[in-house]
Write a protein that binds this ligand. Structure first.
Ligand SMILES: Cc1cc2nc3c(=O)[nH]c(=O)nc-3n(C[C@H](O)[C@H](O)[C@H](O)COP(=O)(O)O)c2cc1C
Length: 168
């Protein structure tokens, strides 16, 4: 699929079949994630790939908006011990967001469905996810990406609005 087509085809998918996501597909998603840009190429990210049904259920309990039937969750975390020193530390959020979008686009390209569920900067959700996964102190969950084989197919769309483009 051409990239420009994938950009419009990528939509949030929140209903999944029971088919599991193969190791090969997980590998593709992780390669896509770590191909993203990061400030000073610091790559301050960690990816927790959750296949265990028990851990998926614990994650759903820990957060409000992730209770969907995906067979896989990828928790994208910033690793503060790899982040840039102040005042640039918070670039980890942008670095991990770029990795997240790469995962969503790669999922679209290989026919998977996915949805980005935000965690950071909701302090309570961050704390709950850290407990549910037993994360080390320096790993901050930015989001949970639910992934699976789609059981719904939102229409591709172009949200272009020329009024939001300011050519100076
Ligand atoms: C930072 C962020 C947080 C989001 N959190 C959630 C969420 O908690 N639950 C959810 O179902 N979708 C969530 N989404 C998905 C958005 O609702 C979705 O991207 C938006 O409605 C546009 O629809 P589309 O992804 O199909 O283009 C989030 C997206 C972003 C970028």
């Amino acid at each position: 699929m051409e990239l420009l087509k994938a950009l419009q085809k990528r939509r949030s998918v929140r209903k999944f079949t029971e088919e599991i996501v193969s190791k090969e597909d997980i590998d593709i998603l992780m390669h896509a994630a770590m191909s993203g840009p990061s400030a000073c190429n610091a790559r301050p990210w960690e990816f927790y790939v959750i296949e265990s049904e028990t851990t998926l259920q614990n994650l759903h309990k820990a957060t409000k908006y992730t209770n969907m039937n995906a067979p896989l969750a990828i928790v994208v975390c910033g690793n503060l011990s790899r982040a840039l020193p102040a005042p640039l530390t918070d670039f980890w959020v942008q670095d991990c967001s770029a990795a997240t979008e790469n995962i969503l686009l790669a999922a679209t390209d290989i026919g998977l469905g996915a949805v980005w569920c935000g965690i950071y900067p909701n302090d309570k959700a961050v704390a709950n996810v850290k407990i549910a996964l037993g994360l080390p102190e320096e790993h901050i969950p930015l989001n949970i990406i639910l992934v699976g084989h789609p059981d719904q197919f939102p229409e591709p769309r172009d949200q272009y609005d020329e009024k939001r483009v300011h050519i100076v």
